[in-house]
Structure formats: C-alpha cells, structure tokens
Write a new protein. Structure first.
Length: 98
C-alpha cells in the first residue's frame, strides 16, 4: 500500500489591528418625539421602500417632528453632504435595501 502525498492547505486569517482608535458613540436620544430624523438612502435595491416605510412609522407612530431623506444614489459612493446632514438632525437612520 502506498501513501499519497497531499498538498498543504494554508489558512489565512484576514484580521489585523485597527489603525485608528475607537470613537465614542453619540449620546442616545431619550425620545424620538419632536426630533428631527435624517434617513440616509444608501442606494441599494429596495432601500427607497425601506426608507419610506421607516419615515411613515417615525412621523405617524413615534411623533418625530421632521423626517428628511438624503440619497447617496450608490452604496459604494461617499456622502459629500454628511456634515450638512449631521448638523440638520438629531438622529440618523441609514437604509439598507436588498
């Protein structure tokens, strides 16, 4: 009986150390009632449907004062308006589609 040589399998673990320190999270709102909420449509398939449904619930069931939708148009594209978005709202929800 002969022994067949098998190729070695190398397993790589694609993790490493972060190159930036962790950021502190923003404080949580006590309530959404009366808040200004930005909805960021990330441009994925069906994200518009998700965003519209969330906006309806926020206004009609949770008492959000203002809902404003921002549209990136493409998931991998940056949001050049991010500073304006942050300054104009109390909370942000990003939409994920399909």
């Amino acid at each position: 009986m002969s022994v067949t040589s098998r190729p070695l399998i190398q397993v790589c673990k694609p993790t490493g150390e972060p190159d930036a320190p962790p950021k502190q999270l923003a404080p949580r709102l006590q309530s959404l009632r009366g808040a200004r909420v930005a909805l960021l449509d990330n441009g994925k398939e069906f994200s518009e449907d998700v965003i519209n449904a969330i906006g309806t619930v926020l206004k009609h069931e949770l008492g959000v004062k203002e809902v404003r939708v921002w549209d990136k148009q493409f998931p991998a594209k940056g949001a050049p308006f991010i500073a304006e978005l942050a300054a104009s709202c109390d909370a942000v929800i990003t939409g994920v589609g399909h």
